[in-house]
Design a protein around this ligand. Structure first.
Ligand code: CTP
Length: 397
């Protein structure tokens, strides 16, 4: 039986948590409830213990659980971590990494999808601090279920009512489904820049940081795909459990991609592979007095183009780094490289794309359908790209 952790904060809407537990139980999930101390003052933990059939976690230092570090043990067992109702205080703690009670410590330990359903007074909900905290958590991959408008505990009408339990449960189930939506698929992701050497100390490269490709690899892994990440030099730690290969040159990128191509169901070329390399490479450092200063560049192999000729049933996703005529050029690449999806990136826009944690892309299908993401974290963008890939998988059966 799959297990869900339900975090409960102190709010008048706490009674709706009972219905959330019941609805998940009907879908055959076990529920482990974690309460804040304030929530446990508002309603007796006995109620939730009776409903869920488990002891309730409140205090990380209670004697009862001292033989094991219970928040870490529990974090490994669950498919979903849901907080409903979530107060402004708890959202603030999660957003700033404060871990001073069981619930906030637990948030730091989980690897599964996280959903937060806020409930609070309208002014608190729309306070810029709360909105900033929500934005930050969204950028880290947390899903929010927006509160509804209605009669609030403060005897006012407004936004801030906890969403309906059925809606919360429905979103939770969707997210659990998503967490293994790529199970059984092998995804080959390329990331980062390449380096084309002129001599033993000098090379030609580009501004790619690798973040987009690494986020894609990590998100694909969260959806339980087998991920192979082939990356140029970056400063990023590769996701754990990913098969990881580091390369330097476009030629090495080509060799590694070809090595793993056969077993891949999906290939996502997020790497900024150099289009040029030096016609001659010196193994010794070139002395300035002995060089005319002129160099000849020749074209590298276009990896995506090469693999597109033996595509078969594989899904190929390319990126288009453009500084002008973004959509027109991306569509051209989509057709020429026989792709199933292209992610068009205007790399001239400040604050997104190269070296940034954010991106703003247009994702284009061969039938011309286009999704404009707006500015979002690269993690959020990676989710949208993989949702589109899953749609293609769904259509191709
Ligand atoms: N690509 C590749 N091998 C190369 C160059 C690019 O596989 N030698 C892939 C990139 O990983 C990306 C896509 O092709 O997914 C488009 O790359 P981009 O640099 O935007 O365009 P190019 O095809 O190189 O064309 P241009 O330089 O004219 O923009």
């Amino acid at each position: 039986m799959e297990k869900i952790a339900l975090g409960i904060c102190s709010s008048i809407s706490i009674y709706k948590s009972c219905e959330i537990i019941r609805n998940f139980q009907k879908k055959k999930f076990q529920i482990q409830v974690i309460m804040t101390k304030n929530a446990a003052q508002l309603v007796s933990p006995l109620l939730f213990s009776a409903l869920s059939g488990h002891k309730i976690f409140i205090d990380p230092f209670s004697d009862e659980f001292s033989e094991e570090i219970s928040h870490v043990a529990l974090a490994k067992e669950i498919s979903l971590f849901l907080v409903a109702p979530a107060t402004a205080n708890m959202i603030g703690k999660f957003a700033s990494g404060i871990a001073d009670d069981f619930l906030s410590t637990f948030y730091m330990a989980v690897k599964c999808p996280v959903i937060i359903a806020p409930a609070m007074n309208e002014s608190m909900y729309f306070h810029r601090q709360t909105q900033q905290n929500i934005k930050k958590l969204k950028s880290l991959g947390v899903k929010f279920i927006e509160p509804e408008k209605g009669y609030l505990a403060c005897r006012e009408e407004g936004w801030g009512r906890l969403a309906a339990p059925e809606k919360i449960v429905e979103e939770g189930l969707k997210l659990i489904d998503k967490s293994h939506s790529l199970r059984g698929k092998t995804i080959l992701v390329s990331a980062g820049p390449t380096r084309e050497f002129m001599d033993s100390v000098r090379f030609l490269t580009n501004r790619s940081s690798g973040k987009m490709g690494y986020e894609l690899a990590e998100e694909a892994q969260r959806r339980e795909a087998d991920v192979i990440l082939i990356s140029g030099p970056t400063n990023i730690q590769p996701p754990r459990e990913t098969k990881f290969r580091e390369i330097q040159t476009a030629q090495e990128m080509e060799e590694e991609i070809l090595k793993h191509f056969e077993k891949a169901d999906i290939v996502i070329m997020a790497a900024a592979v150099s289009d040029f390399k030096f016609a001659e490479v010196s193994f010794q450092k070139i002395k300035k007095r002995e060089s005319s200063g002129k160099v000849d560049l020749i074209r590298t192999q276009d990896v995506l183009d090469k693999i597109s000729h033996k595509k078969g049933k594989k899904i190929l996703v390319g990126f288009a780094a453009e500084t002008e005529n973004v959509i027109h050029n991306a569509l051209k690449k989509l057709k020429e490289k026989n792709l199933d999806l292209i992610v068009a990136n205007d790399v001239s826009v400040e604050g997104v794309g190269f070296e940034s944690d954010f991106n703003q892309v247009s994702i284009i299908h061969p039938d011309g359908r286009m999704i404009k993401t707006g500015k979002k974290s690269k993690l959020e963008i990676s989710k949208i790209i993989l949702d589109e890939v899953e749609e293609i998988i769904g259509k191709s059966g």
